[in-house]
Design a protein around this ligand. Structure first.
Ligand SMILES: *Cc1c(COP(=O)(O)O)cnc(C)c1O
Length: 432
């Protein structure tokens, strides 16, 4: 009935998530409120972990992309499921350190890491650093020498794959700010340079071809291209790369008509390509990493709002305004992303009208969505926007000095706060 498997309607006609009544959660914790189902997060983590282990014969590893959603408790949950982490800034690394995350299971990403970030990553002992460009390689070599360290590195490669997704979240093509280009020989030359470095150890090649991808073909194509580069390195430089990182980007169901391939099918098909290609090219099967973010966090989360003003503009549209907006969910204003929404206290009723759901920020583009089917929403109703567990809290801002909402985890009907709502004093805490 709903886009996520953990949502249902209870006897009172209220939407439930992970067995908890969303209308009760809104009353107890206030709105706007992010609610995440811990059990579904864990189920998703295990699905990825187990399929990678199975299809890559014990050599498949998952690093959860923390940028989708992270906080101390999320790091603890990820660690407890035996899944690693991808971090992209000193802030994400610091969060993992403070959560007691096993740092050797962390990969450090970013297209423009600062010296401070590189130094910190080495000091806290990350498992590997994914190097994006030559200037970073040279700075890292210097910093590692100063620290008398030899970090493992991977190279981020642009494999030249078009993943049929929104252009702002397409990253594998040559005109991208991320990584080394393949076609121009830039990637190969960089590998040569890395092999002459004394203070870094090149262990892997990485690619990430985009996000919210439904098809398996682009992933298969990327795997082939990457393995061909590994073969070229082996044949021409006599060096065998031991890890292949295929990135994230697995699509999820935001709308009922979305039909992403189940991850198990992805793992089965891509691993078959990897194995066949390795044997054709005479390569030893590498360790294979993937980095799902959205597919783990998004389906597990919803956002609850209280409905305020309703404006019917005859012959044009009806606006239903809520007590949050682009400050807690900037995905519409960034990508015109689509969501399913439900009036949580009328979840058993028909979605009888189509409305534009608007936020409370001072931007006309501050919408949750347009032309959304919805139950008749009135002031005081609780609105649930579904599948908001990724790239909502993590992309939230204090625009208009709105306070960031709390994040609540539910687990089999029980709930607990994992991130407090910002207070008014939090808003001015750095002001001088
Ligand atoms: C964003 C990103 C991911 C995660 O992408 P999802 O679409 O959330 O799965 C993984 N790896 C890299 C390098 C990324 O930039």
């Amino acid at each position: 009935m709903f886009v996520s498997e953990n949502l249902a309607v209870n006897g009172q006609g209220h939407l439930t998530i992970g067995g908890a009544d969303t209308v009760e959660l809104a009353r107890q914790y206030g709105t706007p409120l992010y609610v995440m189902d811990e059990q579904l997060i864990r189920t998703n983590l295990r699905r990825f972990r187990d399929s990678m282990q199975k299809y890559y014969d014990g050599k498949g590893y998952v690093h959860y992309a923390g940028k989708a959603f992270t906080c101390l408790e999320m790091c603890r949950v990820v660690a407890s499921e035996g899944v690693g982490l991808d971090a992209v800034s000193i802030g994400e690394l610091y969060t993992a350190v403070k959560a007691g995350f096993p740092m050797e299971e962390v990969g450090f990403h970013g297209n423009n890491k600062t010296d401070e970030e590189l130094r910190y990553a080495i000091e806290v002992g990350v498992g590997h650093i994914i190097v994006d460009n030559l200037s970073e390689l040279r700075r890292l070599e210097k910093i590692a020498a100063e620290l008398i360290a030899c970090p493992n590195i991977m190279f981020r490669i642009k494999p030249g794959i078009d993943a049929h997704t929104h252009q702002f979240i397409m990253t594998g093509q040559i005109d991208s700010k991320f990584g080394f280009a393949l076609e121009t020989g830039e990637a190969f030359d960089a590998v040569k340079e890395a092999l002459s470095c004394e203070n870094v150890r090149l262990i892997g090649l990485h690619c990430h071809i985009g996000s919210q991808i439904f098809d398996i073909e682009p992933f298969e194509a990327a795997a082939k291209v990457m393995l061909e580069l590994m073969a070229k390195i082996k044949n021409e430089l006599g060096y065998e790369i031991s890890a292949l990182n295929l990135g994230g980007g697995f699509g999820i169901k935001y709308l009922n008509e979305h039909d992403p391939a189940p991850f198990e099918v992805y793992a089965e098909r891509v691993s078959a390509v990897v194995k066949e290609k390795c044997s054709d090219l005479g390569l030893t099967m590498p360790d294979v990493y993937i980095e799902p973010g959205r597919a783990i966090a998004a389906p597990a989360g919803i956002t609850l709002y209280t409905v305020g003003a309703r404006k019917e503009i005859p012959g044009i549209r009806t606006y239903v305004s809520v007590d949050g907006g682009m400050a807690d969910d900037p995905r519409y204003i960034l990508y015109q992303s689509e969501y399913e929404a439900v009036v949580a206290n009328k979840a058993g009723e028909e979605r009888s009208e189509r409305v534009t759901i608007a936020g409370k920020c001072c931007e006309s583009g501050d919408l949750i969505g347009e032309d959304m089917p919805l139950q008749h929403a009135e002031s005081g109703d609780i609105l649930a926007v579904l599948a908001t567990g990724a790239y909502n809290y993590s992309m939230s801002s204090n625009y208009n000095r709105l306070q960031k909402p709390a994040v609540v985890f539910v687990n089999e009907g029980e709930s607990r706060v994992v991130v407090n709502r910002q207070s008014l004093d939090d808003l001015i805490s750095n002001d001088v």
